[in-house]
Design a protein around this ligand. Structure first.
Ligand SMILES: CCCCC[C@H](S)C(=O)N[C@@H](Cc1ccccc1)C(=O)N[C@@H](C)C(=O)O
Ligand SMILES: [Zn+2]
Length: 308
């Protein structure tokens, strides 16, 4: 195979079988995907590692027969698979080659710590906990979680939104919005890995933020210093604006293209909610014209959440 590239069978967090791209070298198979454009262009790859429930060192994921069906491999299978899908979306739909726009390698580490109910972008890689089995199962098991985390990397290289108060809530919201474009069969966030014992709930709802305890209007903005100024709470307001816009124009992909363009071309580290409205309007005008029906729908989407 070219560059020892193999497509393998893997079993994900929820027991679902999928095809992943691996590399054969030194007599074994590695969870290294060399099939993307970034490999042909810069030699960089998608690589997935495990912390083996530690917090400092991560280890290669290898498999002797390239059938990745061990229970200890499930979180890595999904982190690897979904990272590839998120790379593909940014490259094929938005013309962005990896999170830096220049084909940077994409690194993930799974099984971080013990019973860890979170996932995050560490600044150079994605990190996923296993969850405690009650609040979360392994967080890489959800497409929207992986899209959320990798979009934080895109945000760092585009707007650079500071992760606190209104710019931080926008940072969180842009991750949820792009995740909802890619994982597009509902308006829920985290539902595939959240509370396995409860059906129908989610960590967040973009269509009805209040359903999961978030504000959906500026007059409900929560002034707090916790959670970096309530970034996971107040994200409900721009999340609702994105939902309003995408549903009013009938296209998540067009809404996502405007949101991405706003972050890349019109937003900065200190952009607040009003600035985000202006940036999305500028992006919409640049892409579709200020006389477009999209432009009017976008104004209405923001005014419906009390942002001007
Ligand atoms: C390390 C401490 C804070 C990390 C914050 C990361 S970026 C984050 O926002 N993680 C997501 C994970 C996620 C994403 C989509 C769906 C489900 C879960 C997140 O929302 N974390 C919540 C639990 C939080 O930190 O409050
Ligand atoms: Zn986040």
């Amino acid at each position: 195979a070219v560059n020892h590239v193999h497509s393998a069978t893997g079993v994900g967090v929820r027991g679902d079988t999928k095809s992943i791209n691996t590399t054969y070298k030194n007599g074994t198979y590695y969870m290294e995907d060399r099939t993307k454009y970034m490999y042909s262009q810069k030699g960089s790859t998608i690589n997935t590692y495990t912390f083996n429930n530690g917090t400092s060192s991560q280890y290669y994921m290898t498999d002797a027969d390239n059938t990745w069906n061990a229970s200890t491999q499930r979180a890595a299978v999904d982190a690897h698979y979904y990272a590839g899908k998120v790379y593909d979306y940014y490259y094929n739909s938005l013309g962005r080659n990896s999170y830096d726009g220049n084909g940077h390698a994409i690194i993930s580490g799974v099984r971080y710590s013990s019973r860890y109910n979170n996932a995050f972008w560490e600044g150079t890689q994605m990190v996923y906990g296993d969850g405690d089995g009650s609040t979360f199962i392994a967080l890489s098991g959800a497409y929207d979680v992986v899209a959320h985390e990798l979009t934080h990397a895109v945000t760092e290289y585009t707007s650079g939104l500071v992760y606190s108060y209104q710019s931080g809530a926008l940072n969180e919201s842009w991750s949820d919005a792009m995740a909802s474009v890619m994982d597009s069969n509902d308006w829920l966030i985290g539902e595939d890995v959240y509370t396995p014992g409860i059906s129908g709930d989610a960590l967040r709802s973009m269509s009805n933020p209040a359903a999961e305890g978030q504000p959906a209007h500026m007059n409900q903005y929560v002034n707090t210093s916790s959670d970096n100024g309530g970034v996971h709470t107040n994200s409900g307001i721009p999340n609702k604006a994105f939902y309003n816009f995408a549903t009013s124009i009938g296209s998540r992909s067009i809404a996502g293209k405007i949101w991405y363009t706003a972050s890349r071309d019109y937003m900065t580290s200190s952009t607040n909610f009003s600035g985000a409205r202006a940036a999305t309007l500028s992006a919409c005008a640049a892409l579709y014209g200020s006389g477009s029906s999209y432009y009017t729908s976008l104004k209405n989407a923001w005014s419906a959440v009390g942002v001007y």
